[in-house]
Design a protein around this ligand. Structure first.
Ligand SMILES: Nc1nc2c(ncn2[C@@H]2O[C@H](COP(=O)(O)OP(=O)(O)O)[C@@H](O)[C@H]2O)c(=O)[nH]1
Ligand SMILES: [Mg+2]
Length: 286
């Protein structure tokens, strides 16, 4: 049995969470086109014949601006301790620059193999992919470099084999049917937040957090916290239209997760400055 942990590093928005989902063969982490979608460490577990590959999906590297982003960066830092390898993700469509080099300086210093994934190669010309791979190759002494598309699945099998090959002999860390370490409540809260991210813009996505209050038979009750009354007005929408769209978007996946139809009761509440409130961050598990 080969088993072990691989931390996933990369700038915000390069597709780390999408890639973790693809490698695990199902959704463990929510995805959006907004930076800071991933706020906590999430283990995505890929189980296969003779292996268990545990991927630590992480927030992107960032300079902390408030207690929330401080906690997020601390999570990133501590997640690089005791990993068997690092999966360093760069975006094939964006210039590889200072942000990537800053992360490179951290991950190549860890003393574990680094596999670089050049993600989002879908719909790119082969010539462009090749030149992006050359630029990525000078980031550091990598173990392997893989062009992939987390979206189409291109190159994912090869990348998974590569990572599994780096794992030591070990035991099962999680039951083989488990795909994530998140509780059901947290998974549901994340699915609701994913819809709020999808449907809002500017500062609102960053101000939303979700807490599942109770799951009782067919009823799931959750709170959406925002920081100001005007954000609340946006999230509720005209006559409740926005919060209904959020619920309608999240319900099918929650029902799939729970294996039954549910009634989803969402309440929008103001918690001023929750991102700076240590007690609130702890309550939200952040
Ligand atoms: N075209 C394309 N888009 C992708 C791919 N992987 C991720 N994305 C998109 O990139 C955005 C950021 O993805 P996400 O996984 O949340 O990035 P993260 O911040 O690094 O975790 C989302 O809109 C994804 O749908 C890919 O392989 N191809
Ligand atoms: Mg992410």
């Amino acid at each position: 049995m080969k088993s072990g942990f691989v931390a996933v590093a990369g700038r915000p928005n390069v597709g780390k969470s999408t890639l973790v989902n693809a490698l695990c063969g199902g959704k463990v982490a929510i995805v959006s086109d907004k930076p800071q979608t991933t706020r906590r460490r999430i283990f995505g577990i890929a189980n296969g014949d003779g292996y268990q590959l545990v991927l630590a999906d992480l927030p992107g590297f960032q300079r902390p601006r408030d207690p929330l982003t401080e906690h997020m960066q601390r999570t990133v830092d501590s997640s690089f301790e005791d990993v068997d390898a690092v999966l360093f993700v760069v975006d094939a469509r964006e210039r590889i620059g200072a942000g990537d080099r800053f992360i490179a300086s951290r991950v190549f210093a860890l003393g574990v193999p680094v596999v670089i994934a050049v993600n989002k190669v879908d719909r790119l010309k082969p010539g462009h992919i090749a030149s992006q791979m050359q630029t990525a190759a000078v980031l550091g002494e990598f173990h392997a470099l893989h062009p992939v598309s987390a979206k189409t699945g291109d190159g994912i099998g090869e990348l998974r084999d590569e990572l599994v090959g780096l794992l030591p002999e070990g035991r099962l860390y999680f039951p083989p049917e488990q795909r994530t370490d998140l509780s059901v409540e947290t998974q549901i809260a994340e699915l609701v937040r994913e819809q709020a991210l999808r449907l809002t813009k500017e500062e609102v996505p960053h101000a939303v957090s979700v807490e599942v209050e109770e799951i009782e038979d067919k009823l799931v009750r959750a709170n959406l916290f925002v920081e100001t009354e005007s954000q609340k007005t946006i999230l509720v929408g005209k006559g409740g239209a926005m919060v209904r769209r959020i619920g309608a978007g999240a319900r099918p996946e929650i029902e799939q997760l729970l294996g039954q139809t549910i009634f989803l009761d969402l309440q929008v509440k103001v918690r001023a400055k929750w991102r700076r409130d240590e007690a609130m961050l702890e309550r939200l598990g952040l």
